[in-house]
Design a protein around this ligand. Structure first.
Ligand code: ZN
Length: 284
């Protein structure tokens, strides 16, 4: 299944994108795509409910805004430098263990919402990433059991302000959590739709020109390693999002570096997970 949420920001309703690309409203099921939904086999229960109720679900027109496809998660954990060529372009060493950082959950927006370039920013950059949605509480999970804790996968653009991230003192989180820095969606594809998340093409275009084009088979740490590793340090709750890092081709790696300005259009996608598009706007 492809889970979507639609409607105005803060008032999204749950829905589904069907095989033919059309969308339906499943708010009649009575639950949002939240921690309790994922943690109580909501995906299985929704599937069962649809057997008798799908025909009565209202259609959602293509013009309706898509929101992030999950209710606000307890955390958005990111892996840094998870592709060798990207570590090199960033001028950093290939990590021996996954580099982790958090993004503020207040940065999460719908897949096609505008990107707001933060106040004082001159180095706002893009990062197409495969994100994992946790389906079952994960604490000290082994790599062998990691997939049992995954509900699905989703497209994420890990927008990053490089001066805030790298040139200021301390942790990367200063450059990662600005408002609108985490467009997620269009949909969560449940695990049955993505047989091998460690072999998916992912790409990003800036104003129509391809700047990132790689595959998740270039991961340094794959999906099961990342889920297992993070669960050694914190409990992952149902609905939590893990973003797995970006491949080569971010603005920081250009010579000279290339950063976003108002009016720029960023379009990105992952095989099986659809595409999203953001237009950069100045902070006002
Ligand atoms: Zn990233």
């Amino acid at each position: 299944m492809k889970l979507i949420r639609f409607g105005s920001a803060g008032n999204e309703k749950p829905g589904l994108q069907l095989e033919d690309g059309s969308r339906i409203d499943v708010s009649g099921f009575g639950e949002d795509y939240s921690e309790s939904f994922f943690g109580t086999d909501g995906i299985g229960r929704l599937r069962h409910w649809l057997e008798t109720n799908q025909g009565n679900c209202p259609k959602v027109t293509a013009a309706v805004r898509l929101g992030p496809p999950m209710a606000r998660p307890s955390k958005l954990v990111c892996v840094g430098l998870n592709y060798a060529q990207h570590a090199k372009e960033a001028g950093m060493n290939i990590p021996k263990e996954p580099v982790l950082f958090f993004k503020a959950t207040s940065a999460i927006v719908g897949p096609n919402d505008d990107l707001i370039i933060p106040k004082g920013s001159e180095k706002t950059d893009w990062e197409v990433e495969l994100a994992i949605v946790i389906g079952k509480k994960a604490s000290y999970v082994s790599e062998a059991n990691a997939f049992d804790h995954v509900a699905g996968y989703v497209l994420h653009n890990d927008y990053s302000e490089r001066a805030f991230q790298i040139e200021k003192e301390g942790q990367w989180c200063k450059g990662k959590g600005c408002d609108t820095f985490a467009p997620i969606g269009p949909f969560i594809a449940t695990t049955d739709e993505i047989p091998d998340p460690n072999s998916l093409n992912l790409w990003l275009k800036l104003n129509g020109e391809t700047v990132q084009n790689s595959s998740t088979d270039d991961f340094i740490f794959n999906v099961q390693e990342v889920v297992s590793y993070i669960s050694q340090f914190m409990t992952l709750l149902p609905g939590d999002v893990i973003s797995t890092g970006t491949p080569f081709g971010v603005g920081l790696g250009f010579d000279p570096p290339k950063y976003l300005k108002p009016g720029d259009v960023v379009e990105l996608g992952i095989e099986g997970l659809g595409s999203s598009k953001q237009t950069a706007k100045a902070y006002q």
